[in-house]
Design a binder for this molecule. Structure first.
Ligand code: 3NM
Length: 339
């Protein structure tokens, strides 16, 4: 049956991806723990079929798996990071395909094993330590059309990109789903063409549909663990307002946290209170994942935020309400260099 051939091809794909990653961790990064974990995963993938009837189908179609792997250009990567990313993707896609095929065949227990392996692979990718540090940048731009002086979100994003902002979040509370989807699709194209990280606020479905780099959640949104199940390895950010929320975000697997509001803001409705700068200082000293300071940050107070441990600064009104976004960003950057 063709579905067994599909499983076989994917077993090969997953094992090959794991082998490449294992070799990188062993010979280049010299990370024996990582290399062992990847090896164990590879053995589980191989072994889980050797004790089953499926093996008969595997042997009969080795050629297919081989030809797929030989025609693949996945290893033509110019740098290690791209190679690692591509191979984790290959592993995760293969695991998902096997998982779904097994469900169709009625092998539900085995399909659960593959689902677990897929989640483990997300963790390993994070631990691999080669993931792009997407927040290793100074300014985090966020859209808000109502404060954009009559400009559209698309025009503002174009300005932000021109200004050299490297991470942009689409945040729009009042528009319809379709309007948001259309804008996100256009922004995805602009950000992709310019190598800017693109995050969608709240709407996990839109983030997935437009292939955004990440999704940003609030405390009242779906739990991170659930979002992780559908968003896979996408960046997941979470707004936090106090120490307890920050600790929980880390435990639940957030890739970064928003820390705020640092100062009073009228941009976000019903924002939770926070100890602002004091909370930011605590995060800077105690939290190991990336964080972004947010809430009421302006050119006039950003130095203070930096002194309390701010490294990446999210600003809405200060940027989108500026008549000349390029000049505003230039001026903020110049100021940030003074301390
Ligand atoms: N989140 P402005 S404060 C979207 O504290 C948002 O989590 C916040 O807008 C939080 O830069 C905020 O105009 C609004 O003050 C930030």
């Amino acid at each position: 049956m063709n579905i067994y051939r599909m499983i076989d091809a994917n077993i090969n794909r997953v094992s090959e991806g794991l082998r490449v990653l294992e070799d990188i961790s062993r010979f280049i990064l010299e990370d024996s723990d990582m290399s062992r974990s990847l090896k164990e995963m590879r053995h589980i993938v191989r072994k889980s079929f050797s004790d089953s009837k499926l093996i008969t189908f595997r042997d009969s179609c080795n050629d297919l798996g081989l030809s797929i792997s030989q025609s693949s250009t996945i290893d033509n990567k110019e740098d290690l990071l791209s190679l690692v990313e591509a191979n984790f993707k290959r592993v995760q896609e293969g695991l998902r395909s096997i998982e779904e095929s097994l469900k169709v065949l009625g092998h539900y227990d085995k399909s659960k094993v593959y689902e677990r392996l897929r989640y483990e692979s997300y963790d390993l990718e994070k631990k691999f330590g080669l993931k792009k540090d997407f927040i290793d940048t100074d300014i985090y731009g966020i859209t808000a059309e109502e404060f954009s002086l009559g400009r559209t979100n698309i025009q503002v994003v174009e300005e932000m990109i021109k200004a050299g902002i490297k991470i942009i979040q689409y945040r729009e509370k009042e528009k319809s789903k379709l309007e948001k989807y259309n804008e996100c699709k256009a922004i995805r194209k602009l950000t992709k063409d310019s190598g800017v990280t693109f995050i969608v606020n709240d709407d996990v479905d839109i983030a997935i549909a437009v292939e955004a780099d990440g999704i940003h959640l609030g405390q009242d949104d779906m739990p991170i663990e659930e979002v992780r199940k559908i968003a896979g390895n996408m960046i997941i950010g979470l707004s936090t307002h106090n120490i307890k929320q920050a600790k929980t975000a880390v435990e639940k697997g957030a890739d970064y946290i928003g820390v705020g509001p640092i100062f009073n803001t009228t941009t976000k409705k019903n924002v939770e209170k926070s100890e602002g700068l004091k909370y930011l200082k605590w995060v800077s000293e105690n939290i190991q994942i990336p964080y972004v300071a947010i809430g009421g940050i302006k050119e006039s107070n950003i130095i203070e935020v930096k002194k309390y441990g701010g490294k990446c600064f999210a600003m809405i009104s200060e940027i989108v309400s500026s008549p000349d976004i390029v000049k505003k960003v230039e001026s903020i950057r110049k100021l940030l260099k003074t301390i």
